[in-house]
Design a protein around this ligand. Sequence first.
Ligand code: FEO
Length: 183
Amino acid sequence: MDSNRLSATLAKALNEQMTGEAHNAQIYLAYAAWASEKGYDGIANFLFRHENEERNHMMKFLEYILKRGAKVVVSAIPDPGPNPTSINNCFEKVFQSEVENTERIYRIVEMSMAEKDWATWNFMQWFVKEQTEEETLAIELLDKIKVAGGEAANDSALYALDRDLQATPDDAILAQDVTVEKP
Ligand code: FEO
């Protein structure tokens, strides 16, 4: 008896997204190593923490495919691409990569809706929320580097930013969690 509860189309998309999350992890890993080499250990620490989050995302896709009775296909992880050229460029690239990931997540949501695969639709809602958080965090990074001077940020501004990011929490506060007491 066939216990597979995923269509071939969705199984393929979920497997590709599993690899996509591993790719995101490689991007954070490469940028973290780059930041560390440049002496920005706080920024590197922030990026290393996010690399771990991406690996957790990869595992969630892997487990979901298994639990729905479909086949996991582990494939090669694409190259993370060129290193950033500056801290400003690093944060821009992080934002860009998160937006692209959100678009991929939304496509799977659309596919699950078209197939009326509500289990996958429900599973994907965790990622919809997570991507809102990740984009918020990336926008906050862009705000911070903008305040520091953007491409023209001087050494003391980058030093302060580096220390700040060492202690920045992993999760951004979402609009729906804000209250009058805690704006
Ligand atoms: Fe798993 Fe940052 O997306």
